[in-house]
Design a protein. Structure first.
Length: 68
């Protein structure tokens, strides 16, 4: 993997924090394990690792465009 694409130490660490949360460990446990100063900091580092999906309706009909 090219150097510029490699995750940083902090990216890997925050991913680890998020994985502990997803595995069912308490916020307090993760906070102590990662040595975060408070719950706000724990939440900050855990954010952004999960893709959010949005359901959308497919309303465009190609027939109405191609066969006018």
């Amino acid at each position: 993997m090219p150097k510029e694409q490699r995750p940083t130490f902090h990216e890997i660490r925050s991913l680890g924090s998020w994985l502990y949360e997803k595995a069912g460990y308490s916020q307090g446990y993760v906070q102590a394990l990662m040595a975060y100063s408070d719950e706000k900091m724990t939440a900050y580092y855990q954010a952004g690792h999960e893709q959010k999906w949005m359901t959308v309706a497919v309303e465009l009909s190609l027939k109405s465009i191609l066969y006018k």
